[in-house]
Design a protein around this ligand. Structure first.
Ligand code: AMP
Length: 198
C-alpha cells in the first residue's frame, strides 16, 4: 500500500535533501521530481534541453523560470504523480512558487508539507567538497558552490515564508546520522497525519 502525499523538500546544496528525498518518497510510494536530476539527465543524453542548460548549470546559475516550470508541469502531469510526489530543487524562487501554486490549484491540489533540512553553511560546503572529490560533478567547483549557496540564501530560503504562513513547514535538523534524519522527517510528517500505511 502507498499513501498519498504532496511534498517539497528544501535545503541548501549539500544538506542531504537528495538522499532524504529518495528515502521519504520510496516510503510513501511516490515519485521524486528533482529538477537538477532532470537537467543532468538531459545534459548526459545530449538532448536539445541539455545543450540549452549545460553552461547555466556549470556556472551554478538558475535555468530560466518559465522553462523550468514547464518541465515540472509536464512531469507532474504524468500518471505516477497523480496521487503524490516529492519535489526536490523546485520551486527555487518566488516566481517558481507562483507557477507551482497556479498549476496545483488549477488541479484542486496543494502541497501537504514542506520539509526544510537545516544544515549550517560550513557543513554544506564541506559535504559539497567531499561530493566533488567523489563524483566530480561539474558544478561542484569552489566558485559554483559558493554561487549556488548564495542563490539559496537570497532567492530560495525566502520562499519559505509563503509556506510558513500556511503552517506547512517542518524544520528538520539535517545534521547527524542518515537514519536519524529520516526518522525526524517521518515523525514530523506523521504528526501531520501523513503516514505510510503498509
Ligand atoms: P540541484 O541538483 O538541485 O542542486 O540543481 C543543479 C542545478 O540545476 C542548479 O544549480 C541550477 O543550475 C539547475 N536547477 C535545478 N533546479 C532548478 C530550478 N528550480 N530553477 C532553476 N534552475 C534549476
Amino acid at each position: 500500500m502507498t499513501s498519498s502525499a504532496r511534498l517539497l523538500i528544501v535545503g541548501p546544496q549539500g544538506s542531504g535533501k537528495g538522499t532524504q528525498g529518495v528515502r521519504i518518497a520510496s516510503a510513501f510510494g511516490i515519485p521524486v521530481i528533482s529538477t537538477g536530476d532532470i537537467f543532468r539527465a538531459n545534459i548526459k543524453g545530449g538532448t536539445e534541453l541539455g545543450k540549452q542548460v549545460t553552461s547555466i548549470l556549470d556556472r551554478g546559475d538558475l535555468v530560466p523560470d518559465e522553462l523550468t516550470s514547464e518541465i515540472v508541469r509536464d512531469r507532474l502531469s504524468q500518471e505516477d504523480a497523480a496521487h503524490g510526489f516529492l519535489l526536490d530543487g523546485y520551486p527555487r524562487n518566488a516566481v517558481q512558487v507562483q507557477h507551482l501554486e497556479q498549476f496545483l490549484s488549477s488541479r484542486g491540489e496543494a502541497l501537504d508539507a514542506v520539509i526544510l533540512l537545516d544544515v549550517p553553511r560550513e557543513e554544506s560546503i564541506e559535504r559539497l567538497q567531499l561530493r566533488a572529490a567523489e563524483q566530480g560533478r561539474s558544478d561542484d567547483t569552489a566558485e559554483a558552490i559558493a554561487h549556488r549557496l548564495d542563490i539559496y540564501e537570497h532567492e530560495t530560503a525566502p520562499i519559505l515564508s509563503t509556506y510558513s504562513e500556511r503552517g506547512i513547514v517542518d524544520r528538520i535538523d539535517g545534521t547527524g546520522e542518515l537514519d536519524e534524519i529520516t526518522e525526524r522527517i517521518s515523525a514530523a510528517l506523521d504528526a501531520r497525519g501523513l503516514r505510510v500505511t503498509v
